[in-house]
Design a protein around this ligand. Structure first.
Ligand code: FMN
Length: 223
C-alpha cells in the first residue's frame, strides 16, 4: 500500500519535473539550416520533445538607445535560457536624436564608405562576455537610416572571427522601415555565420505585441 503511494508520488514528481523543463528551454536547434546533421544524444536518457534536447549555450547581444530593443530582450529572456550582453557606445553622452538624427547618419555614412576599416566604426565600451564561448548568438539591434545601428555594427565587426560557424538569429526594431538593409549588414559583418531562416522585425506599430511575436519566432527558428 505504502509502496503504491510512493510510486504515485514519484510518478507525479517526474511528470512535474518534465513539464517545468519544457516551459523554459536553452537554445535548441543546433542545425538552423535543417541540413539534417543535428547532434545525436549519446545516452539513452528519457526522450525529450523535439528541439529541447541540446544544452546549447546562447548569448543575446543587443544595443538600445531609446529602450525598444531592451524590452524585446526582456521578452526573449523570458522564453530562453541565455546570457545577455548589452553593447554601449564609448561616448555615452552622444545624442542621436539631435539635428535630424545627424550623428547616427554620419556614423552610417562612415561605415558605408570604408566597411573593411576598423577606424570607420564608432568606439564601444569593452564587454565582459566572450562570444566564442557560445553556440547561438541572437543579435537584437535598432535600425538606423535603414541600416544596422552603427554601435551594433562595431561589435559584429570586432567579433566576426569569433562568430564564425555560430548559429545567428537577428531581431530588428525600427519605427517603420523594413529591415532588408540590416539583414545585409549582418551578413556582410558575419559572412560565416549560420543564419536562421527568418529574422524578426518588430516595428513601433506592433511593439506592444512583442511577447507573442518573440515567442512565435523562437518556436519557428530556435527552440
Ligand atoms: C539615428 C537614428 C536613425 C533612425 N533611422 C530610422 C529609419 O531610417 N527608419 C525607421 O523606421 N526608424 C529609424 N529610427 C528609429 C529606430 O529604429 C527605432 O526607434 C527603434 O525602435 C530604436 O530602438 P531602441 O529604442 O532600442 O534604440 C532611427 C533612430 C535613430 C536614433
Amino acid at each position: 500500500m505504502q509502496n503504491t503511494r510512493m510510486k504515485k508520488h514519484w510518478t507525479s514528481f517526474m511528470a512535474l519535473a518534465l513539464l517545468s523543463l519544457f516551459a523554459f528551454v536553452s537554445c535548441g536547434k543546433s542545425d538552423p539550416d535543417n541540413t539534417g546533421t543535428e547532434k545525436q544524444e549519446e545516452t539513452e536518457a528519457p526522450q525529450e520533445p523535439q528541439g529541447n534536447s541540446d544544452p546549447e549555450r546562447c548569448l543575446i547581444v543587443y544595443y538600445s538607445y531609446t529602450g525598444h530593443c531592451e524590452e524585446i530582450v526582456a521578452a526573449l529572456s523570458s522564453h530562453l535560457e541565455a546570457d545577455v550582453l548589452r553593447i554601449r557606445e564609448a561616448d555615452e553622452s552622444a545624442d542621436y536624436n539631435a539635428n535630424g538624427y545627424k550623428l547616427g547618419s554620419d556614423m552610417i555614412n562612415a561605415i558605408n564608405k570604408a566597411p573593411d576599416q576598423a577606424a570607420s566604426y564608432p568606439a564601444i565600451k569593452s564587454v565582459d562576455k566572450e562570444a566564442g564561448e557560445y553556440d547561438t548568438i541572437i543579435v537584437v539591434t535598432p535600425l538606423w537610416h535603414s541600416r544596422m545601428a552603427a554601435i551594433m555594427q562595431t561589435y559584429l565587426f570586432q567579433n566576426s572571427n569569433k562568430l564564425k560557424g555560430k548559429n545567428i538569429g537577428l531581431v530588428v526594431s525600427s519605427a517603420s522601415s523594413g529591415i532588408s538593409g540590416v539583414e545585409a549588414d549582418a551578413k556582410r559583418l558575419l559572412p560565416d555565420g549560420k543564419f536562421y531562416a527568418s529574422s524578426l522585425w518588430i516595428n513601433h506599430q506592433n511593439h506592444s505585441n512583442r511577447a507573442r511575436l518573440v515567442k512565435e519566432w523562437l518556436e519557428k527558428n530556435i527552440i
